[in-house]
Design a protein around this ligand. Structure first.
Ligand SMILES: [Zn+2]
Length: 136
């Protein structure tokens, strides 16, 4: 698995993901508010929060959906943030890993490594043997 060091843009991305949390309301039912920031290859940045609910949408889904709705298709780096998480960063869930794999397998995802240090890895490396559609 290829690992990338964080740069100054990545730290700004984490700050952006944390900042969007302030725009969310938390009704106290779920207590799991996550912010996400996405850097597109053209330099534009999108951020979003998760939507609570029994079938809620993760912040990564919301944010990627916003970027796609705005016509973006090429993504560089993504991060999900929670203010109480280690280094304020949480790993994408399995569902989001699959979504990232399908939309942009080479996107870099900021995560905590096994030593608690922030690194970037490609989405494809977060989901080995990923599901793929059978094309007939
Ligand atoms: Zn998710």
């Amino acid at each position: 698995m290829e690992r990338f060091q964080l740069n100054e843009h990545d730290k700004e991305l984490i700050t952006t993901a944390l900042a969007v949390l302030e725009k969310n309301f938390d009704d106290g039912v779920y207590n799991h508010t996550v912010g996400c920031a996405l850097l597109c290859t053209d330099g534009s940045v999108y951020s979003g929060v998760n939507c609570d609910g029994i079938h809620g949408a993760c912040a990564e889904y919301v944010t990627v959906g916003m970027a796609i709705s705005d016509g973006k298709r090429e993504f560089d780096t993504i991060v999900a943030a929670h203010d109480k998480a280690k280094n304020s960063v949480i790993s994408p869930c399995g569902n989001c890993r699959q979504m990232l794999y399908e939309y942009c397998p080479d996107i870099k995802v900021i995560v905590n490594d096994e030593n608690g240090e922030l690194i970037k890895v490609r989405a494809r490396d977060l989901l080995p043997f990923a599901w793929q559609p059978v094309i007939c």
